[in-house]
Design a protein around this ligand. Structure first.
Ligand SMILES: [Zn+2]
Length: 120
């Protein structure tokens, strides 16, 4: 499954996608999985594009979601434990910043998903 979708649903949010096309009654309606209906397919596509976050491209969105959770502190410790150790046995703050603010490979999103699945 798509990592963005899997993480978004693990946060308890709806992943927006085309659900049903109603041809009757007229006019044609396009419904998203969230229940909102649109009178044009283009409006549905715009809604989907604006509603589904890209956690891989912007890992800051992950930290914003995790910050709302009661286990946020434990998650931070988990992330800290996943950083490579340096000479003094402590992870480098630069590695942490890279992970949550710069990396666009999905590492942070995958770690958050692992945590939410209890595999952290
Ligand atoms: Zn929707």
């Amino acid at each position: 499954m798509n990592l963005n979708r899997e993480l978004h649903e693990a946060f308890g949010h709806c992943w927006h996608e085309k659900d049903i096309k109603f041809n009757f009654p007229m006019p044609t309606l396009w419904q998203c999985k969230c229940g909102i209906c649109f009178q044009s397919f283009e409006d549905l596509i715009n809604h989907i594009a604006q509603s589904n976050p890209d956690y891989v491209a912007d890992p800051r969105l992950v930290i914003r979601e995790m910050e709302k959770r009661k286990d946020y502190g434990m998650f931070i410790l988990f992330i800290y434990s996943k950083l490579p150790s340096k000479d003094n046995n402590n992870p480098d703050i630069e590695d942490l910043l890279e992970l949550i603010a710069i990396d666009t490979t999905g590492k942070f999103a995958q770690l958050a998903l692992d945590w939410l699945k209890g595999e952290g």
